[in-house]
Design a protein around this ligand. Structure first.
Ligand SMILES: [Zn+2]
Ligand SMILES: [Zn+2]
Length: 313
């Protein structure tokens, strides 16, 4: 197998990933690694150190879970950057019962069925073999607690879902799928005094009927009448800045020609300059020409036929 160069190459690649033990996909869940670290290089300010970009860390087991939320921002916001409000749900300890889940707010008693272990042990005998089966306690569902009177606010769970509202700073030109980390805004720790998790805000550009985004470049389709395609024209083209740009369409432009307008795209994320605006040209063929138009097209056909004959002769 190793003598086959193609297979060898595949093996080497997979082997390398195997040594590391995880792929980029595993670590970052499809987030573009390159983009994140490009961000680091340019030292974005995410507001008083509260925000920073994704970094891989190991922390103690008492830490709360991370939360990931996705937001979609308009292209104008990608271009300008700035504050964006993020709303998300997270569980927080119930204030009424101080997280105990009891109506009086005192720590609950141990479940009498399992003595607080949360497990049920069943012993059965098969011949001379004794078997033990361990399952979740059916009385307390594994919590090990007996809550006589549940807290009316949280129903005995000890936590309530709260809708948080948070303002995050969007970096100019943010790449699609970039995760912004907001430290300490994830789930509360399951243990008292433990650190909360982090919030990851994954930023996407909202689909836009005017422009398609490709990194810092924008794409747009422009449809020309057949006559303008043949004769050439000046086209007023919508730009993201809101104004219209004059674009010279050369006579005889072909369908699917792509024209580039330099620096009319989005600002480059963490870099200098701007992307471009690309125009893909479509040409509209008249479906129901009027009588006069038809006559003109027939004349054009006759002319084209004559030209073709001259060519052959
Ligand atoms: Zn409660
Ligand atoms: Zn129990």
């Amino acid at each position: 197998m190793l003598s086959d160069p193609k297979k060898r190459a595949q093996y080497d690649t997979a082997g390398h990933a195997g040594v590391a033990g995880y792929s980029t996909e595993d670590l970052f869940g499809g987030i573009d690694f390159e983009d994140l670290f490009r961000g680091f290089d340019f030292g974005f300010d995410f507001g008083g150190g509260l925000f920073d970009l994704f970094s891989r860390r190991r922390r103690g087991p008492a830490r709360g879970n991370d939360i990931e939320v996705e937001i979609a921002i308009p292209l104008e916001k990608v271009a300008s950057g700035g504050e964006e409000t993020v709303r998300y749900g997270r569980y927080a300890p119930c204030e009424r019962c101080h997280g105990q889940g009891t109506a009086d707010g005192k720590p609950p008693k141990a479940c009498p069925a399992c003595q607080g272990s949360g497990r049920q042990v069943t012993t059965s005998q098969k011949g001379n073999v004794s078997m033990q089966q361990i399952s979740t306690c059916p009385v307390c569902h594994g919590s090990g607690k007996q809550i006589g009177q549940p807290c009316p606010d949280c129903g005995g769970r000890g936590e309530v879902e709260k809708i948080e509202s948070l303002s995050v700073s969007i970096p100019v030109g943010v790449e699609d799928g970039t995760a912004l980390r907001v430290a300490g805004r994830g789930m509360a720790s399951p243990k008292p005094g433990g650190a909360p998790g982090d919030l990851y805000v994954v930023v996407h550009a909202r689909p836009d009927p005017r422009f398609q985004r490709d990194g810092a470049d924008l794409w747009r389709q422009e449809t020309l009448p057949l006559t303008d395609a043949v004769l050439g024209t000046t086209l007023k083209v919508l730009t993201l800045e809101g104004g219209k740009a004059d674009v010279e369409i050369p006579a005889g432009i072909q369908p699917d020609t792509v024209l580039r307008l330099r620096n009319k795209g989005l600002p480059r994320f963490g870099g200098k300059g701007k992307g471009d605006l690309y125009l893909r040209i479509k040409i509209e063929i008249p479906e129901n020409p009027g009588r006069e138009e038809r006559e003109l097209y027939e004349r054009l056909r006759a002319l084209a036929g004559k030209r073709r004959r001259h060519f052959w002769e």
